[in-house]
Design a protein around this ligand. Structure first.
Ligand code: NIG
Ligand code: FE
Length: 391
């Protein structure tokens, strides 16, 4: 492979706190990055850059770690554009449309599901995402959950078993029986392909007792815990996640002071998904309140055909700045290092020697432009494991 030097960088976001400008983004000017064997080998002043076999000229653009999208649902069939149109005409989002996607997903072939996953991963990559998590949750039978995760595992190591997304129609009125299926044969079939277990803990989906049962057996099977919590209303999800040592509780739109305190006293990340509030026309979560309390915040897309059909991390950064009282620096950190924390990864979301060489080059001189120029395709180059991606 040989060595590769990225230079002529206008601004380098390292996310190594206390270096460079001394802030959380560890901003450096006049810096260069040397890549060897898919890893960052050296970061330093361009004038001291070692010789390399090849060179990428950032042309004065900002360079940052690839985005870490720690929450997406990519294994599905069909879309729900009509449901989106109805919402924009005043209908509320209830999560009820999940069952529509379950029907379409069960009817799809492996090849159709694989094509959708690959299309969305490619779409995300072109927008700077180099690590992406994806969940099952539109199969909801033993076989369909297992195949969803098998297909997801072809494209990412960050796979999450979400058999407890909703109670499927054939179990209507029998949630205990469905939870028994999820905890038993479904988990056993899914676990070989999953790193994480997740539950949609919400009124109309799964209550705290069901969520605790599923997450606890998932943990015992070796899976890490994450949770959909407090999306549509207040509820027990956030505190349950903290109690179980979840890596992340996701959505966090409706939080009590006790929820914020619990998060602040924990290592659980609050992952905010502003694409969902955009697409459901709901009030955005208050990131400022969480940050001021000392909570670690991540941003992710929640890419799915119902509540947030975007794969764009730059779009989420812009929304977070405009609508959630985050500064541009906080939003960029949350979309890179924050996502890495939410996945308990220390090899991504950061540019320091030994980290994976996942880099984004912007067609703009600073990270500020991601929020300042919303909707503009600013991603000029993406390197994944040190390899330039086709665009
Ligand atoms: O994270 N809230 C639960 N699950 C998804 C939405 C799924 C859907 O509407 O299809 C979410 O928003
Ligand atoms: Fe989600």
């Amino acid at each position: 492979m040989g060595s590769l030097l990225v230079d002529d960088i206008g601004e380098l976001v390292t996310n190594v706190a206390g270096t460079g400008d001394g802030g959380p983004l560890g901003l450096r000017r006049d810096a260069a990055v040397l890549i060897e064997d898919g890893r960052v080998a050296w970061v330093g002043p361009a004038r001291y850059a070692p010789a390399a076999d090849r060179r990428i000229d950032a042309q004065g653009g900002a360079v940052l770690p690839g985005f870490v999208d720690s929450h997406a649902h990519l294994v599905f069939a069909g879309d729900r554009a009509a449901e989106f149109a109805a919402r924009m005409a005043g209908e509320p989002y209830t999560g009820g449309g999940i069952r529509t996607t379950v029907g379409a997903t069960r009817a799809a072939s492996d090849g159709q599901l694989r094509a959708t996953v690959r299309r969305l991963v490619g779409e995300a990559m072109r927008q700077g995402t180099t690590t992406i998590e994806t969940k099952s949750g539109y199969g909801l039978t033993v076989a369909d959950e297992a195949r969803s995760l098998r297909i997801a595992a072809e494209v990412t190591g960050e796979t999450t078993f979400l058999g407890a997304h909703v109670v499927p129609a054939e179990y209507a009125g029998r949630p205990d029986d469905y939870v028994g299926l999820v905890c038993g044969p479904m988990l056993a079939a899914a676990a070989p392909y999953a790193r994480w277990v997740d539950v949609f803990c919400e009124r109309g989906a799964f209550d705290a007792d069901h969520a605790r049962a599923i997450l606890t057996v998932g943990q015992a099977a070796g899976l890490g815990v994450r949770l959909h919590a407090n999306q549509l209303g207040p509820g027990p999800g956030v505190q349950l996640g903290v109690e179980l040592g979840a890596a992340s509780v996701d959505h966090c739109t409706h939080l009590s002071d006790a929820d914020v305190d619990a998060l602040a006293g924990s290592t659980t990340v609050a992952t905010l998904l502003p694409g969902a509030e955009f697409s459901t026309r709901s009030p955005y979560p208050d990131a400022r309140r969480l940050l001021d309390a000392g909570v670690t915040v991540a941003l992710a897309t929640d890419c799915n055909p119902g509540s947030s059909y975007t794969s764009s991390m730059p779009f989420c950064v812009a929304l977070a700045v405009r609508e959630m009282r985050m500064t541009p620096a906080e939003a960029v950190w949350a979309a890179t290092a924050g996502g890495a924390r939410a996945l308990r990864r220390d090899d991504v979301g950061v540019l320091r020697p030994g980290a994976r060489a996942d880099l984004v080059v912007l067609d703009a001189p600073s990270h500020l432009h991601l929020a300042y120029r919303p909707g503009v395709p600013l991603i000029s180059q993406v390197l994944h494991n040190g390899v330039p991606q086709c665009r």
